[in-house]
Design a binder for this molecule. Structure first.
Ligand code: ADP
Length: 633
């Protein structure tokens, strides 16, 4: 019988209630205690059986074991009158994952029996969906709990924190959710942040709220405050939860150190760029693979006379090289060779001339360094250092040194010559003087006045020449004899000098005052004796007429040296001659007034300089002079 025929039959036979029950798309049943005394076709469909098997069976016969207890407890409460209703999703016995929902309601109680009506419908899909939902929810829950990103669920409508995961609590310094739940964003977003100068943070987060309310996800960065009030930088993805109006997930990371590092790196990068741009050197980066310059500073453009980087390929450098400085190679070959060497050894140095367009030559020191910034694509940094000025100075210096060497050589030869000549001149001169004296003695009575005067003149000149040769010999010995440093007793030295000069001192009735507290100096005894002898001698010799020479020797202790001074009350020296008197043969007076050779002070100066000291004079013309010299301690 078809459904329509059955319906028509029933309509003919039964009451409208019967039809309503029989034809209801919901499964309906009547229970007496747990026994099904009636079930409509829909219920029989739900339990996938037949009327014969269902009517008279226990409701428990159709329930899957796991749901048994739930139904039992539910029915018992109805039997006991504690509850009027039972409603649950129950698993269908014998079928995996097939569910039906059962709603029972007590309608009548007789002794020992409770009658219930029930409705049921297949709930497999819904239950499966629900199970899936729960499963998924627990999966998401675990994700939410355990992810290392901070996640905050924030409701922009109610302006409150709904929940935070562990990472978010940790980042923000809260122990658990109870401490932060219910707080508004104004409590954990600072109004301003030093990291976002000029940005009103609250106003920014207002916009976030609007987006979330409109179901829009977005990424943002900003600043959060910890519970302690310290701000930190966050990068966040914000997305609506779609669970509640205005509710969003804020998934965030603390990027403070990252941003600060980036900032520091930018600063360093800027400094490097400054150095690069302001360096005195011309710097060029050459990509080895393409052989092209990928970076250069202004100095490189200027040196190679190109407008910009495009104009500057390694070929331009090759073009600028002056051919004669390339060790016999072609320019390009020369550059390739030195780049290859730098690639192999890490660094390489060479130098060459660059010829400017106007023909000017610049001397260049070239340093090639292998850059390791990207090992797969090595680059060579070429530093071109214009050393033309230094090179020229060096060349001039070398030339001057060569000249000086020659001069010293010839001077040495001259001094050698002076030494040899004066040494060898001594004997013949001595013969001239003594033979003239002998001749004068033998012929004395026969000589007329004039001839005798000539002879005296020869003898005097010979004596002068003897002195001159003696002094010249002493002077040239200062150089030829090596300085022999020793600890010498100054007092003893001075006494010896005074003794040797005693004839001259007495002769001139000179007064000598020695006031020195220095005892020992490190010097050459013989040479220092010559110094004191000469200075004392001059102080006595250059006395004013009718003035008794008064000489004072003093020594003053300075930090690193002794400063000796020999003061006299003699004729003094005019200002313009005070430096010149130290030159060889420089004399200020006529031989007839003051005898001498003009060698003494030149020799004294040489000796003092050999001892790393200095000598100078302070003098007032007509009153006296003070000679100073220093000797290193
Ligand atoms: P010399 O004494 O043989 O002439 P020196 O080289 O010792 O040669 O001195 C050079 C010149 O310096 C002297 O001729 C003299 O004119 C001047 N001179 C040196 N010492 C004194 C002094 N104490 N007072 C004045 N003039 C001096």
């Amino acid at each position: 019988m078809s459904l329509r025929e059955r319906r028509e039959n029933t309509l003919e036979m039964g009451t409208p209630y019967d039809i309503l029950v029989e034809e209801n798309i919901a499964g309906l049943l009547y229970l007496e205690n747990d026994i099904i005394s009636y079930a409509n076709p829909s219920f029989i469909d739900v339990v996938k059986s037949s009327a014969a098997e269902v009517i008279g069976s226990s409701i428990f016969d159709w329930i899957e074991g796991a749901c048994f207890l739930a139904l039992k407890e539910g029915l018992e409460k109805i039997y006991l009158g504690e509850k009027e209703e039972f409603s649950k999703n129950l698993g269908l016995k014998g079928s995996d994952n097939v569910f039906f929902s059962l709603h029972l309601r007590a309608v009548k109680r007789e002794e020992g029996k409770t009658m219930m009506v029930g409705a049921s419908r297949n709930s497999t899909k819904r239950v499966t969906r629900k199970i899936q939902f729960y499963k998924e929810q627990s999966r998401y829950r675990s994700l939410f709990e355990n992810t290392i990103a901070g996640i905050m669920i924030y409701n922009y409508d109610r302006e409150e924190v709904v929940e935070c995961n562990k990472a978010a609590l940790d980042l923000m310094g809260y122990k658990d959710n109870s401490e932060i739940q219910g707080k508004s964003r104004f409590e954990f977003v600072p109004e301003t942040s030093e990291y976002f100068p000029g940005v009103k943070m609250h106003r920014e987060t207002d916009k976030h709220g609007t987006k979330i309310k409109n179901g829009i996800s977005f990424n943002t960065s900003g600043s959060f405050l910890t519970k302690e009030g310290n701000s930190f930088l966050v990068q966040a993805s914000v997305t609506p939860t779609f669970q509640e109006y205005g509710e969003g997930f804020i998934i965030f990371h603390d990027v403070t150190s990252e941003i600060l590092n980036k900032k520091a790196n930018k600063e360093i990068e800027k400094q490097h760029r400054d150095i690069f741009n302001n360096s005195n050197d011309a710097i060029i980066y050459v990509d080895i693979n393409t052989k092209k310059s990928v970076l250069c500073n202004d100095n490189a453009l200027n040196l190679l006379e190109v407008k910009n980087l495009e104009g500057l390929e390694s070929k331009t450098l090759a073009d600028s090289l002056h051919k004669e400085s390339l060790e016999g190679m072609e320019a390009e070959e020369f550059i390739d060779y030195h780049i290859a060497k730098a690639l192999k050894d890490g660094r390489n140095k060479t130098s060459f001339w660059i010829e400017k367009k106007d023909g000017e030559l610049r001397r260049i020191d070239c340093l090639l360094i292998r850059s390791l910034s990207n090992p797969k694509n090595p680059k060579i940094i070429i530093f071109l250092i214009d050393i033309t000025y230094m090179y020229n100075a060096q060349t001039t210096l070398n030339e001057k040194n060569e000249e000086l060497k020659k001069y010293i050589d010839s001077n040495m030869q001259l001094e050698n010559f002076a030494y040899l000549a004066s040494h060898d001149l001594q004997t013949p001169l001595r013969s001239i003087i003594s033979f003239t004296q002998l001749l004068e003695k033998r012929l004395g009575h026969k000589l007329n006045y004039e001839t005798k005067e000539y002879m005296d003149f020869i003898i005097d000149s010979g004596k002068n020449m003897k002195d001159l040769i003696y002094d010249l010999l002493s002077y040239s010995r200062v150089n030829t004899e090596k300085i022999n440093l020793d600890i010498i007793d100054v007092q003893e030295l001075i006494q010896k000098v005074q003794l040797e000069l005693s004839f001259d001192i007495e002769n001139k009735s000179a007064i000598i005052d020695v006031d020195i507290n220095v005892k020992k100096i490190n010097a050459d005894w013989n040479k220092m004796k010559q110094v004191f002898q000469n200075l004392f001698m001059n102080a006595i010799k250059f006395a004013r007429k009718n003035v008794i020479p008064h000489v004072q020797l003093k020594a003053e202790e300075k930090k690193d040296y002794w400063e000796f001074s020999i003061k006299d009350n003699g004729i003094g020296i005019e200002k313009e001659y005070q430096e010149k008197i130290f030159l060889l043969f420089k004399r200020l007076n006529r031989q007839t007034d003051y005898d001498g050779t003009g060698i003494g002070l030149a020799m004294v100066k040489k000796i003092i300089e050999q001892h790393s000291g200095t000598i100078w004079v302070e003098s007032e013309y007509g009153k006296g002079s003070t000679f100073f010299f220093t000797i290193k301690k």
